[in-house]
Design a protein around this ligand. Structure first.
Ligand SMILES: O=C(O)[C@H](O)COP(=O)(O)O
Length: 249
């Protein structure tokens, strides 16, 4: 039996401001940093020690990982970064307030943009300054293939090669692995691992910085999964994520 830990980054500045973030590279808030420290302490108390870590190329996930590894006294382990673990690209919604967007277009439309499996948000235009054209971290992606928006199906399609080619072989080689990523890149991975239906994935929300353990069999099929920590607090955090896309009042 293998055991891996999935972790969404701690609260980011744009989480706090309730803005669609996607590939925008925003840092953690003080609360987000404290959440990451608490996650690291919890993992330490429960005896977790990792040999290898995977994360995105976005600072909110990287900083969360660093903080967890510091708490675990494991800052020395190898870390692999990949844009394939980035948050789902939020297209032209990136930067907009989620509740204001719901007030303008309706809660249902925002739920579709946030959670539908195969309906992407409106895309960025090719001349949009939010496209990371000269960003060296994306130099390996041909400009024409840089995402302008993504639905979860698109995110699954770009997360899976990294899982299949890099993460899964490491797990099978006996490495103890932590993956620190984002709400929707983790939903993409969970959809694949648990074979969640296109309808059921809509209601899965991932809270910030709560360690999610997956126990996997020899073929890396999930046996069970569970969050570490206080289950009432985790359920409240999950509900709060779901509510972020609703109009106020
Ligand atoms: O990109 C974002 O805005 C968040 O990281 C995830 O947002 P969501 O829960 O609205 O999909």
């Amino acid at each position: 039996m293998y055991k891996i830990v999935l972790l969404r980054h701690g609260e980011s500045v744009w989480n706090q401001e309730n803005r669609f973030t996607g590939w925008h590279d925003v840092g953690l808030t003080a609360k987000g940093l404290a959440e990451a420290q608490a996650a690291g302490q919890l993992l330490r108390q429960q005896g977790y020690a990792f040999d290898l870590a995977f994360t995105s190329v976005l600072r909110r996930a990287i900083k969360t990982l660093w903080t967890v590894l510091e708490e675990l006294d494991r800052m020395w382990i190898p870390v692999q970064h990949s844009w394939r673990l980035n948050e789902r690209h939020y297209g032209a919604l990136q930067g907009l307030d989620k509740a204001e967007t719901a007030a303008k277009y309706g809660d249902q439309q925002v739920l579709i943009w946030r959670r539908a499996y195969d309906t992407p948000p409106p895309p960025l235009a090719d001349n949009d300054p939010r496209l990371p054209l000269d960003d060296p971290r994306y130099a390996s992606i041909p400009v024409a293939e840089l995402p302008r928006t993504e639905c979860l199906k698109d995110t699954v399609a770009r997360v899976l090669p990294f899982w299949n080619d890099t993460i899964a072989p490491s797990i099978k080689a006996g490495k103890s692995v932590i993956i620190v990523a984002h709400g929707n890149s983790l939903r993409a991975l969970i959809k694949f691992l648990d074979q969640v239906s296109d309808d059921d994935i809509v209601s899965i929300n991932i809270p910030t910085a709560q360690p999610l353990v997956y126990e996997l069999d020899a073929d890396l099929k999930p046996i069970r999964h569970y969050y570490l920590g206080d289950q009432d607090a985790i359920n409240a955090a999950i509900q709060a994520v779901a509510n972020q896309g609703k109009a106020k009042g």
